[in-house]
Design a protein. Structure first.
Length: 134
C-alpha cells in the first residue's frame, strides 16, 4: 500500500476513534478499550510491583463508574483516572489514540471500533488530511 494512503487512513482511524470516545464519554456509557502498550503514561508513576503487571504488549482497560466519569480527550490522548492493585493505587492514565486497537461497547455488546494501524508509529498531524491524497 502506498505510504501516503496508509498514513491518511491511519489519521482517519484516529479521528474516528476520537469521535467514538467523545460520544461514549459524553453519554457516560461504560466501554472497554484494548490498547497496544506503547506510549502509555501513568501519573504519578505506579509502584514497581504494579508496573511489572503492566508489561504485556496488549492491555485492556474498562471505563465505568468513577473511571468513566474522569475520562476526557486531551490532544491526541485518552486520559482517565484509575486504581491499580489490591490497594487501588490511583493514577492518571494517558493513552495515545493511535494505540487503541479496539473499543468495545457494553451497551451494544459488540466491538464498535477496530484499528488495524494501532501497532504502527502514529501518523503526523496534518491540518487537512484530504490534501495528502492528490
Amino acid at each position: 500500500m502506498n505510504l501516503q494512503i496508509r498514513k491518511a487512513l491511519q489519521r482517519a482511524k484516529e479521528t474516528q476513534c476520537r469521535e467514538l470516545l467523545e460520544l461514549l464519554l459524553e453519554v457516560q456509557t461504560p466501554f472497554r478499550i484494548i490498547v497496544i502498550n506503547k506510549g502509555i503514561e501513568y501519573t504519578p508513576q505506579l509502584p514497581p510491583y504494579i508496573m511489572k503487571n503492566l508489561r504485556d504488549e496488549i492491555l485492556i482497560f474498562d471505563l465505568a463508574k468513577y473511571t468513566l466519569s474522569t475520562g476526557q480527550i486531551v490532544g491526541r490522548q485518552l486520559v482517565f483516572e484509575a486504581g491499580f492493585g489490591r490497594e487501588n493505587v490511583g493514577a492518571e492514565v494517558s493513552i495515545p489514540l493511535g494505540r487503541i486497537s479496539t473499543i468495545y461497547s457494553f451497551e451494544v455488546d459488540a466491538s464498535i471500533f477496530i484499528n488495524p494501524f494501532s501497532e504502527e508509529e502514529p501518523a503526523e498531524t496534518v491540518s487537512n488530511p484530504r490534501l495528502v491524497l492528490k
